[in-house]
Design a protein around this ligand. Structure first.
Ligand SMILES: NC(=O)C1=CN([C@@H]2O[C@H](COP(=O)(O)OP(=O)(O)OC[C@H]3O[C@@H](n4cnc5c(N)ncnc54)[C@H](O)[C@@H]3O)[C@@H](O)[C@H]2O)C=CC1
Ligand SMILES: O=C(O)C(=O)COP(=O)(O)O
Length: 527
């Protein structure tokens, strides 16, 4: 039974779903990094929010980990390249808390416009400072949206409802989508110059880090009010403090900080500054949504192989997963076969599907071929990290889908470019579930690729099969199955033998010296 650790505070429905689905679950929110490193090796899945940091140290210790599930949106607390290299799928729940977070941005916008936190503190202190708190109306003001994705779009919709004019800077926002949202797409400089309020809704990337830099903050309209419910690091916090102190910035509301938890930010106490402790997603509705979704996605993956909302792997639906499973086994065996038989470096690989295979999602098949191929070089390879490793090695990967149906109702062909020219192998599924090799380097040969095997290329000649049987028999190696193919009578022939035990080196040397033998290679396949 797979085992999952919930390492952040999560709605109890997550644990309930894991248990109902047959996944063992431990709940240990608030672990230190050292505590997590000490126990993470015992888990197949980690369910997290933003507090758990999954870096190389945690991943190095996570030797059984298959999936990290983020009950929320931002995954900047997960080292995705390191997770991919380790073969760990990282998934999030991209919509479950978007409305809640958008509402928090709107709440902070109102709080800034009417100085609600300060007015509340002063009133409850018995001061009744009616004349101190003069606010501004939102109606007819311009809201500058930096990032118009899921959350930004909801903020735009709500702000338009409040009769604001919404302008948006987002390089990936199409003119058509901007029209649909009722926002005006502008360049960043124009947004800075025109906006009365600015709200940030982008992920933290190399392009967005410090997007509100000291220089950009200086180019904003005097009195601008700024809201950040996205990620700390989008705003230069020191420059923001200076801007608030000089009065150029009329107010700022941060839900997120460069350093979290922010318990001693220099911004605290600055006039016009208000803050919340990363509460954007904290409503009961959003937390139920993301808890249910993450537990379902992770259980599906661990129990059926279905992949939803992964950031480092193509999706596989729950309906597709059972249909794809035998193809992935076939693909992995074919990849392994070409990997084991390749002489020297490979520069390119092409994965072709035809017949019934062409109706399926090809990405997982490609991932499985690459995993089989790359496992020849490293035994920590799986479908998640194989495409990354292949890319790192400069392997050119091509996918081809043929509508035609040939001799077999379904076929997967793997061709590699080697220093000796192109080599290709092909396989089918017998009875729609049993992987079977049907072609090896242009020669028709049918075989199960399983366990220890022996591959021999020889000149087709009478008596050869007897001689090889004797050589293996003399070494006490029992032959399980025997598969033969040849280009033409008397031409090049291939022999694939499954053997009960691996063939010793001395016997391989004996076989290599038999008359007519051109190549001998022991192979091994997972069963
Ligand atoms: N405070 C909180 O508790 C929460 C924070 N978030 C954060 O909110 C942010 C936005 O989330 P979503 O809207 O769901 O993401 P999304 O991916 O739907 O939208 C992000 C948008 O940013 C745009 N973008 C990317 N690079 C950009 C750039 N250089 N300049 C301008 N725009 C750029 C993208 O085109 C996209 O439209 C994320 O950072 C997420 O982690 C999300 C939920 C809760
Ligand atoms: O979903 C996100 O990106 C968030 O920032 C929410 O964070 P949280 O789950 O509340 O720690």
């Amino acid at each position: 039974m797979p085992k999952v650790l919930i390492s952040d505070k999560m709605d109890p429905r997550a644990a309930q779903i894991f248990r109902e689905r047959g996944v063992e679950v431990d709940e240990k929110p608030g672990l230190s990094k050292e505590e997590l490193v000490a126990i993470v090796g015992g888990y197949d899945g980690l369910a997290i929010r933003s507090a758990t940091k999954i870096g190389r140290d945690v991943l190095n210790a996570a030797n059984n980990l298959k999936v990290v599930g983020r009950a929320g949106i931002g995954v900047d607390n997960v080292d995705i390249p390191a997770a991919s290299a380790k073969g760990v799928v990282v998934m999030n729940t991209p919509f479950g808390n978007s409305i809640t977070t958008a509402e928090h941005a709107i709440a902070l916008m109102f709080a800034l416009a009417r100085q609600l936190p300060e007015a509340d503190a002063s009133t409850q202190a018995g001061k009744w400072e009616k004349n101190r708190f003069m606010g501004v109306e939102l109606t007819n003001k311009t809201l500058g949206l930096i990032g118009a994705g899921n959350i930004g779009s909801i903020v735009a919709d709500r702000a338009i409802g409040l009769k604001m004019k919404v302008i948006a800077f987002d390089p990936f926002l199409s003119a058509e989508r901007a029209r649909e949202l009722g926002v005006e797409k502008v360049a960043l400089d124009e947004l800075l110059a025109r906006a009365d309020f600015i709200t940030l809704h982008t992920p933290l990337t190399d392009q967005t880090r410090n997007i509100l830099s000291a220089e950009n903050l200086a180019n904003t309209k005097k009195g601008v009010r700024i809201i950040n419910c996205a990620r700390g690091g989008l705003i230069d916090e020191a420059a923001l403090k200076k801007g608030l102190e000089s009065g150029h910035i009329g107010g700022a509301a941060l839900d997120v900080f460069v350093e979290e938890p922010a318990t001693a930010s220099p911004l605290f106490g600055t006039p016009g500054f208000i803050s919340t402790p990363h509460l954007g997603a904290s409503t009961s509705e959003a937390q139920v949504n993301v808890a249910i979704q993450v537990a379902e996605q992770m259980s599906d993956f661990l129990l059926t192989g279905a992949v939803t909302n992964a950031l480092n792997m193509p999706s596989v639906s729950a309906e597709e997963a059972p249909r794809l499973r035998p193809y992935m086994a076939l693909a992995e065996k074919l990849g392994s076969l070409v990997g084991q038989l390749a002489h020297g470096g490979l520069s390119a690989i092409s994965i072709e599907v035809e017949g019934a295979a062409a109706e399926l999602n090809q990405k997982p098949i490609t991932g499985a071929v690459l995993a089989g191929l790359m496992r020849v070089y490293s035994d920590t390879v799986n479908m998640v990290n194989a495409p990354f490793l292949a890319k790192e090695r400069g392997l050119d990967v091509r996918e081809v889908r043929h509508d035609r149906e040939g001799d077999y109702h379904t076929l997967v062909r793997v061709s590699v470019a080697t220093s000796e020219g192109e080599r290709s192998v092909a396989g089918t599924l017998f009875g729609d579930y049993k992987p079977r090799l049907v072609e090896l380097f242009g020669i028709k040969v049918e075989a199960d690729l399983t366990g220890p095997m022996l591959y021999v290329v020889n000149e087709d000649a009478p008596g050869f099969i007897g001689r090889i049987g004797t050589a293996l028999g003399d070494a006490g190696v029992n032959i399980g199955t025997f598969h033969l193919g040849r280009r033409a009578a008397g031409g090049e022939a291939v022999l694939l033998l499954s053997v009960d035990t691996p063939v010793p080196q001395a016997t391989l040397d004996t076989v290599a010296k038999l008359p007519g033998v051109k190549r001998v290679k022991p192979l091994h396949f997972d069963r």
